[in-house]
Design a protein around this ligand. Sequence first.
Ligand SMILES: CC(=O)SCCNC(=O)CCNC(=O)[C@H](O)C(C)(C)COP(=O)(O)OP(=O)(O)OC[C@H]1O[C@@H](n2cnc3c(N)ncnc32)[C@H](O)[C@@H]1OP(=O)(O)O
Length: 213
Amino acid sequence: MKDSKLVIWGCGGMGREVNHLCEQLGYEVVGFLDERPEMRGQMVDETPVLGDLPDIMHLQDQLKVVCAGVGSPQLKKRLVQKTRDYGFSLAETLVHPAVQLSRKINLGIGSIICAGTIITINVHIGHFVIVNSSVTLAHDVRISDYVTLSPGVNISGNVTVEEGVFIGTGSALGEKITIGPWSMIGGGAFVKDDVPGGVLYAGVPAVYKKDLI
Ligand SMILES: CC(=O)SCCNC(=O)CCNC(=O)[C@H](O)C(C)(C)COP(=O)(O)OP(=O)(O)OC[C@H]1O[C@@H](n2cnc3c(N)ncnc32)[C@H](O)[C@@H]1OP(=O)(O)O
């Protein structure tokens, strides 16, 4: 069992997957955090929902908080700020043992990297990033803070994914492109050109669908 005890923001699908990852890594998960008052005291996957941060102030010195239990980049960023404001410690990055990592990657704090992912050479992954199952990140890829990569995303070499981008399940990105901040790529897309910030792109090839901001 690892030294740190953890709590996880969110008890939906992503939070439950992170709970499973923490168990596999040998962490003690004390419970989930959820802002919805009706969730407080419920059990989810045999794990208690403890409520919001004010409900666990007495445990502040004993716990680290995992913020990557919610998939929405915007919500993740807000919960990171709230966790800092309340003076809690943030959990380190959690990497499943069945991830292939090259010796030359740069990993931020508070991220999670799920099973089956392959990360090759000279890759940067920022803070509070979710890299879901079976993602591939090729050479010289840069993933900025708060990004969420859904299962089966494939990112080619020299791609930059800027802050707060969400990429849907099974999408692929061609080489040497940039996805602008807080944009979203729909599931199943192939992106061949740069995408500006704050927009939804989807389809094969991916095209502009709508503004998000
Ligand atoms: C472990 C886990 O479960 S992780 C979960 C991961 N989840 C995902 O990957 C979900 C990905 N989600 C999607 O692809 C969704 O379609 C979203 C989030 C992009 C849809 O977002 P919304 O804001 O509801 O988009 P909306 O329905 O308004 O669609 C806007 C346009 O984009 C199109 N569109 C939306 N998604 C896609 C898509 N994936 N592929 C092609 N076109 C799409 C719509 O048909 C619509 O087109 P139109 O204007 O020509 O009619």
